[in-house]
Design a protein around this ligand. Structure first.
Ligand code: ZN
Length: 615
């Protein structure tokens, strides 16, 4: 990427979060003459990036609405004088009149040599985050005296979106790079809890003090969850578009500076949050599409440390998202083709949430990349599924739908499951469903399990769902096959609770070499609460103690510098120090994330601490 830019070529890079995107334009920016303009949609990103660049000894600034008129004029004046190598700007600013003194070259400044378009997928209607202001970028570039090198970056883009980026931004024969999407340090998990809040508390209990984000689909849920977590003593703060600027800024800072470890937020939070030490991202609701999910989940573990991405799925999410897509207030999304497209994306997301395949391989294949059948680092690979013959219960479920049909009735999954389990609800009695021959014939089967089987029968086209708002179960022509004499219906189901038997890898998916799951790690795992994660890769006690000391020192230095801790050093850098115990400048330079500036600024104090610690 860097070579291509330095050779004067346009580029398009699709790189996942944390893959080193910033370096790909920051290094050319330093080597090229003149100014590099970085167009970026969110103000918080700019502030952070500029802080990080300054900490590394690079002169940079930003232009956006958070500046006072005086600061704005001052920044333009200094940029025109050639004081900065990198200038961040919000796309809206391009329309509102870009300062002409920056657009032209002059004896004092050779003008703009490189334009970087960050989050370039925002230019495409087919992406998940279309922004009309991005359409102004092309005209802006065209009116510059000399066409700069144009570099487009995004973390997620399907083929269609990539084509749009090239076409709309008029990239000239760009060098295109798509790096692997896999983030091997991330653990993926889907839970289908009956009690979502309870499941959330379970997740948090084992992660007290760790920094994480909880995404909810609505402001209301953010408020409720944040309040409830606060009441339970978790340091939580909140973020959504309904809060005023000042509060959003404060809350964001509380999170970034570790004053509040947990951020509860809508998807308004995060684009451009550069906090590298986020160790978990929990989705309390299922997002509308996999691009959004992967981008949000990908905010975990940017320092390369182990981190968890957990989705708490409920079928309700599908209904709500379908409704939101169909009734979008967004003018651009009124287009029917786009509605269909978005429903299709929702279907893919739902498939991710309900599959029993390896989650990582689902994600990777969505982005067009081949994944392993078994990654060993996701909840589907780790929870032990077993292939189960569900022919008898499947016949019972289908019979129940059949009997209802005979009476000219149809109901949703919950009601049908209730009938099968012999439920005593008012609705069942009032509709005389307790007189059906199939009433109570699955009384000893867990409701959740019945629902899993129903989902399978729907996926396999024995049954179907009809109706948008309150979908009801209906027979599909294939239903008769289920009663064929030789017929068996099989599916992967979590082992039933309380059953003994050796835990093992499910058939046919174990990697060559026969790696075995250590059963001790999984004995506590139940199908509904598969939150237990493999506690491997933990350093020993002495290392942990040094790590805590280094963290303390880092916090002190960060406070003095009024910067977030990770700007001083990332957790990964501190871990590396624990492992390598550097005592000389040379050794210190070998630490992950240490360059000349960091060595000068912090080397001595950190090495002193490591020395005192006894080495
Ligand atoms: Zn997996």
């Amino acid at each position: 990427m860097i070579d291509a830019v330095l050779a004067g070529r346009d580029v398009l890079a699709v790189m996942p979060t944390g893959a080193g995107k910033s370096l790909c334009y920051q290094i050319p920016a330093l080597l090229l003459e003149g100014l590099t303009l970085v167009i970026s949609p969110l103000i918080s990103l700019m502030k952070d990036q500029v802080k990080a660049l300054e900490a590394a000894g690079v002169s940079a600034a930003f232009l956006n609405s958070s500046l006072s008129p005086h600061e704005y004029a001052e920044t333009i004046f200094r940029a025109a004088r050639g004081d900065y190598k990198i200038l961040y700007i919000a796309p809206e600013r391009l329309r509102k009149g870009f300062p002409p003194q920056l657009a032209e070259s002059s004896p004092a400044s050779p003008g703009i040599s490189l334009v970087v378009i960050d989050e370039a997928h925002c230019v495409s209607q087919w992406g998940h985050d279309f922004r009309p202001s991005y359409l102004e970028i092309t005209a802006f570039i065209r009116q510059l005296e000399q066409r700069p090198i144009t570099a487009a970056f995004t973390a997620t883009a399907t083929g269609k979106v990539k084509d749009d980026i090239k076409r709309i931004l008029s990239l000239h024969d760009p060098y295109v790079l798509t790096t692997g999407f896999d983030r091997s340090n991330l653990y993926f998990e889907v839970q289908k809890p009956r009690d979502r809040f309870g499941a959330l508390l379970d997740c948090l209990a084992s992660r007290r003090g760790a920094s994480g984000i909880i995404y909810c689909s609505t402001r209301k849920t953010v408020e409720e969850i944040c309040r409830a977590l606060d009441a339970k003593g978790f340091g939580a703060t909140r973020y959504h578009a309904g809060l005023d600027d000042q509060e959003r800024r404060n809350n964001q800072d509380d999170f970034i500076y570790d004053r509040k470890p947990v951020m509860v937020a809508t998807n308004a939070f995060g684009m451009g949050i550069d906090k590298s030490s986020v160790s978990f991202v929990i989705h309390y609701n299922m997002p509308k599409n996999i691009e959004s999910y992967y981008q949000e989940a990908g905010r975990a573990g940017r320092d390369g440390e182990k981190a968890d991405c957990i989705l708490l799925y409920s079928p309700q999410d599908v209904r709500i998202n379908t409704y939101l897509i169909r009734n979008s207030q967004d003018e651009e999304v009124k287009d029917q083709a786009l509605v269909e497209h978005n429903l299709e994306l929702l279907k893919e997301m739902t498939f991710y949430a309900t599959t029993s395949d390896c989650l990582r391989s689902r994600l990777l294949s969505y982005f067009g990349e081949a994944g392993p059948a078994w990654c060993g680092n996701c909840s589907n690979c780790n929870t032990v599924f077993e292939e189960t013959d569900i022919t008898p219960p499947a016949r019972k479920i289908i019979s129940c739908v059949f009997r209802l049909k005979e009476r000219g009735r149809s109901f949703g999954k919950t009601m049908v499951a209730g009938i099968l389990r012999g439920g005593k609800s008012e609705k069942i009695r009032a509709s005389h469903c307790d007189t059906l021959s199939t009433y109570g014939i699955m009384a000893d089967t867990d409701l959740h399990r019945i629902r899993l089987m129903m989902d399978h029968l729907i996926a396999e086209q024995y049954l179907g769902l009809e109706g948008d708002e309150y979908p009801v179960l209906v027979l599909r022509p294939r239903w008769r096959e289920a009663f064929g004499e030789e017929k068996t219906i099989r599916m992967m189901l979590p082992k039933e609770k309380g059953r003994s038997g050796e835990l093992g890898i499910r058939n046919g998916t174990a990697p060559a070499g026969g790696t075995r799951i250590k059963t001790t790690n999984h004995e506590a795992v139940t199908p509904e609460k598969n939150a237990v994660r493999v506690e491997a890769f933990r350093p020993d006690g002495a290392e942990e103690a040094l790590f805590l000391k280094l963290k303390e020192l880092r916090s002190r230095l960060a406070q003095e510098a009024k910067a977030p801790a990770y700007i001083v050093f990332s957790d990964a850098a501190l871990r590396d120090m624990c492992r390598k115990r550097p005592l000389t400048p040379d050794q210190f330079l070998n630490i992950n994330g240490v360059g000349a500036v960091k060595l000068e600024r912090y080397g001595e104090v950190f090495m002193r601490l490591i020395r005192e610690y006894g080495n």
